[in-house]
Design a protein around this ligand. Structure first.
Ligand code: PGA
Length: 249
């Protein structure tokens, strides 16, 4: 089953617009077969979206706190997200790594906290520049993964999906080639195999993200090592998103 994550980022600006977007995007979701669909609205719209969302679409958050509860101004805990119906949290998105200075250490704490809070994690990793050689890209991915997975127990590892998102491909209209996405997926699998055992290397779900749309989605998910996509911009357009899902069938 392919996993499709819709990341709305900081959109839309009102609850009414968010509800309209959810309704028009997911109204036919019941008919979607063989795709696990997760929508990640801004935290503040999560409960609004929950009220209109129909199964089997699941709810996710775009981020989660590194601590359980307490004096952490502005943070949202795993328990709060669970309570509002979220099953997933994206952690380590490059926009947070770069614009909000999130470090590998912080991302690791968030991963551990989310897993302890019984959320599933979509861990985002990816290199900054397009020009990097294969060797350099692999090294970046390996480091980000190794740091993020510190102290993660094998019994929790099945709740982690990894999204390979080259930073240069996000929101630019220029996605990675299917070949490069697959190479990155193999690196993810290698790291998981090393950390958690060979079976995990095969089992871990690896997604591609970065300028995915209806036209290019098939080339990624048709790769046997790629289990789905993380979609930003294209998830804000109900018709385009419907076409994207259609292209997955
Ligand atoms: P994009 O964003 O699809 O707009 O490139 C993807 C992401 O940032 O997750």
């Amino acid at each position: 089953m392919k996993l499709v994550i819709a990341n709305w980022k900081m959109n839309p600006q009102t609850a009414r617009e968010a509800i309209t977007l959810a309704r028009s995007t997911f109204s036919r979701a019941r008919k979607i077969k063989k795709i696990k669909l997760v929508v990640c609205p801004p935290h503040i719209w999560i409960s609004h979206i929950r009220a209109v969302l129909k199964k089997p679409v699941e709810l996710g958050a775009q981020d989660v706190a590194f601590a359980k509860a307490g004096a952490f101004t502005g943070e949202i805990s795993p328990a709060m997200l669970k309570h509002e119906g979220c099953t997933f949290a994206i952690i380590g998105h490059s926009e947070r790594r770069t614009m909000l200075n999130e470090s590998d250490t912080l991302i690791n704490r968030k991963v551990l906290n989310a897993l302890e809070g019984k959320l599933s994690v979509v861990l985002a990793v990816g290199e900054q520049k397009r020009e990097g050689s294969r060797h350099v890209v692999d090294a970046v991915l390996e480091t980000q993964l190794k740091e993020a997975l510190k102290q993660v127990k094998a019994k929790d590892a099945h709740r982690i999906a990894v999204a390979y998102e080259p930073v240069w491909a996000i929101g630019t209209g220029v996605g990675a080639s299917a070949h490069d996405a697959l190479q990155a997926a193999l690196v993810v699998r290698k790291v998981f195999a090393k950390h958690f055992g060979v079976a995990f290397g095969n089992k871990v779900r690896v997604l591609y993200g970065g300028s995915v749309d209806a036209k290019n989605v098939a080339q990624y998910v048709n790769q046997p090592g790629i289990d789905g996509v993380l979609v930003g911009g294209a998830s804000l357009n109900p018709r385009g998103f419907a076409q994207l899902l259609g292209a997955l069938r």
